[in-house]
Design a protein around this ligand. Structure first.
Ligand code: NAD
Length: 477
């Protein structure tokens, strides 16, 4: 069921030159799934040379033809989604239903970019002289270096690959070493659909070595990273030194505000679905629940009842609604954050413990009575933990919601149009979702502000990220 663990460089599948490998583990069982090759500097040089020549080929291919190839990729992804989903559940742990949804939606993202790439319009600016024509043209930025994480192995990779290719760029992507299987199968679809060699290259390796080597290279013109704020700062600083454009999709700590006039039942159901999806390892996951005093008890009771009913288990068990945490680091971090909250007097409404000794399973956890300084309220939890807090007036809850350095997603429930408008306007987040979950569609921008990064993936903005503007002023016609 699992895949051969290889790089894809210059149209070839290869185990690289160094012979260094890392074990890929199943987070549900602890078993080793395979050995992943790790790139040497020589492998990266080969990938850079391939991306440089791939860019020559691909940027000279018409947007119409690029679109046709990307549509073929989307069709292959739809046909093969089951294999990608199985790989993801094996090495990342999420329930097969979640993996399947993620793999299928990759085809939607590719189709969106296949269409949008044909609309990289420029414009003509009226000139001051009859004999002058002023053109604004949009051009692909050049070879891209992209770094994607393990929480959504397909989704994080496909948005970068499809965006870059639709714009006419070539790309070297460093996939997630801990969950590489699905990305390899995704890249296979691009190869089999006829993407020319060198246009798309996939490597794995020591993240710090690969990112530093690629970002420094004069071949690379654009850096796109999804991961933690701490790593984003480092890569952003390096990219700035070399004057490379960046898209940074970093961490978040999303407020989820339940007003006194909210549909509390609907809010609790969505809170539970969003909080425990992918075991909470989602950058846009709600992670600070601010609930109005009038409805706090009702919301807390319903949210707790729903969390208690969740079935946690191996992602291949069809009854599992939440899988394990993806790696031992997350398990340790979630335990630390809960211990800190408990030490500071927090009340555990449900959960709080590891499940069993095999795999990284953890109970869906709800806490309340946390003081402001609790780490859980300040550090991104990235796990199945929900802190519940009370509020009384809108101004103070907005101030609290905006008080952290993060600004990725925010959620709110209210039946008042006035309050909804005010929340939409005043919450400091790249994405605000009110009375439902409405984020991460191919046609809408996804991205953060403040320490959650900059730039968007998805929407027309997702294509813009891979284009530069050229002005041509032409006289003597
Ligand atoms: P981490 O900070 O070590 O790594 C985060 C991601 O960045 C991983 O995919 C890792 O391989 C990669 N990375 C690490 N150092 C790198 C480097 N020098 N160059 C290039 N890539 C590098 O943390 P982690 O334990 O793997 O993940 C947990 C944290 O990461 C969470 O707190 C969360 O904030 C963040 N994260 C965010 C997203 C997201 O969607 N924005 C996804 C995954 C992880």
């Amino acid at each position: 069921m699992y895949t051969d663990l290889l790089f894809y460089i210059d149209g070839q599948w290869t185990a690289g030159s160094a012979g260094n490998t890392a074990a890929v583990l199943n987070p549900s069982t602890g078993e080793t799934l395979g050995q992943l090759p790790l790139a040497s500097s020589d492998d990266l040089d080969t990938a850079l040379a391939a991306a440089a020549s791939g860019f020559e080929t691909w940027s000279a291919t018409s947007a119409f033809d690029r679109s046709g190839i990307l549509r073929r990729v989307a069709a292959l992804v739809r046909d093969r989604h089951a294999l990608m989903a199985e790989c993801m559940t094996l090495d990342q742990g999420k329930p097969l239903a979640e993996s399947t949804m993620e793999a299928k939606s990759a085809a939607d993202h590719i189709e969106w970019y296949a269409e949008e790439g044909r609309r990289a319009y420029g414009r003509i600016v009226p000139s001051r002289h009859a004999a002058v024509r002023q053109l604004v043209v949009r051009e692909p930025v050049g070879p891209v270096a992209a770094f994607t994480p393990w929480n959504f192995p397909i989704n994080q990779a496909v948005r970068k690959i499809a965006g870059a290719l639709a714009a006419g760029c070539s790309i070297i992507i460093k996939g997630p070493e801990e969950a590489p299987g699905a990305v390899i199968e995704l890249v296979r679809c691009f190869h089999d659909a006829g993407v020319p060699k060198g246009v798309l290259n996939l490597v794995f390796g020591n993240p710090a070595h690969v990112s530093e080597y690629l970002i420094r290279s004069p071949v690379i013109r654009k850096v796109s990273f999804t991961g933690s704020t701490a790593v984003g700062r480092q890569l952003g600083a390096l990219a700035a030194t070399h004057l490379k454009l960046t898209t940074m999709e970093l961490g978040g700590h999303a407020p989820f505000i339940v007003c006194a006039d909210a549909d509390v039942e609907a809010a609790a159901a969505l809170a539970c679905a969003l909080k425990f999806r992918n075991a909470g390892q989602v950058c846009a996951s709600p992670s600070r629940f601010y609930v109005h005093d009038d409805v706090f008890d009702l919301f807390a009771r319903r949210f707790t009842e729903l969390a208690v009913q969740l079935k946690v288990g191996d992602g291949f068990d069809p009854s599992s609604q939440m899988g394990p945490l993806a790696n031992a680091r997350r398990l340790m971090m979630v335990q630390e954050l809960i211990a800190d909250a408990r030490d500071l007097g927090a009340t555990v409404l449900t959960g709080g413990n590891r499940i069993g000794a095999t795999g990284h399973f953890f109970e869906p956890t709800l806490l309340t009575d946390l003081p402001k300084q609790a780490r859980l309220l300040n550090e991104e939890p990235f796990g199945p933990v929900a802190p519940l807090l009370r509020f009384n007036d809108l101004d103070s809850v907005i101030a609290q919601a905006n008080s952290l350095e993060y600004g990725l997603a925010a959620f709110a429930f209210t039946r008042s149009l006035k309050t909804a408008t005010e929340l939409g306007n005043r919450l400091q987040a790249g994405m605000v979702s009110i009375n439902h979950f409405g984020l991460a569609l191919p046609e809408t921008p996804f991205g953060g502000i403040k320490a959650s990064g900059h730039g968007s993936e998805g929407g027309t903005e997702g294509l813009d990220a891979y284009l530069t503007t050229k002005f041509i002023s032409q006289a003597g016609l």
